[in-house]
Design a protein around this ligand. Sequence first.
Ligand code: COA
Length: 174
Amino acid sequence: MVPGELVTLRPLEPSDAEAMWRWHQDPEVMRWMDDGYAQSLAEVQRSLAERPRNTYSEVLYGVRARADGQFIGLVRLRDCEPETGCAELDLYLGEKDYWGQGYATDTMRTMCRYGFDKMRLHKISLTVVTENHAAYRVYRKVGFVEEGRLRQVFRRDGEWYDEYTMGLLAGELR
Ligand SMILES: CC(C)(COP(=O)(O)OP(=O)(O)OC[C@H]1O[C@@H](n2cnc3c(N)ncnc32)[C@H](O)[C@@H]1OP(=O)(O)O)[C@@H](O)C(=O)NCCC(=O)NCCS
């Protein structure tokens, strides 16, 4: 368990599959995310059961609201390299009732602190669609800065969108 102020991060359980499957059906949750090909509940359950355990190269945690214990989302550090201390971060909160209350901000702070302090990372990077204003605001708030703009790399409903690449160095977390 990794405690934050508003959230606790913890390894996924088989019982988390139903919520993850439900979130993937929700166009509002998936609006600015790569949704891949649709999966059945059985496929989500199987991929969760067969998922290798967390290691240095990839750490995936479920996000729980401390107030009521509700499972509300996922956060992951992936492609972590001990040689460079660099890693990529992915975040999403699928429980929409919990949006707008600071949960993503606290999740970012908790996961980045874990990456810098426990894993001794030097840099955490991510990409975000330029139109995803709420996520961009969260990332800026905790200290990420824009490092580049990838032109027309995300496609939704026939339209192309740009993405920002953003980075946070050890010592820059707010
Ligand atoms: C984007 C997401 C992570 C935000 O989670 P959240 O818990 O609502 O975020 P927080 O409450 O911590 O903070 C949201 C911030 O964005 C701001 N915000 C919300 N909607 C906004 C908008 N349309 N334009 C600008 N800012 C916005 C809020 O005011 C708040 O900033 P503030 O604290 O300065 O007032 C969550 O909605 C989500 O997971 N969405 C679906 C998946 C996704 O887009 N993931 C990110 C992929 S890169």
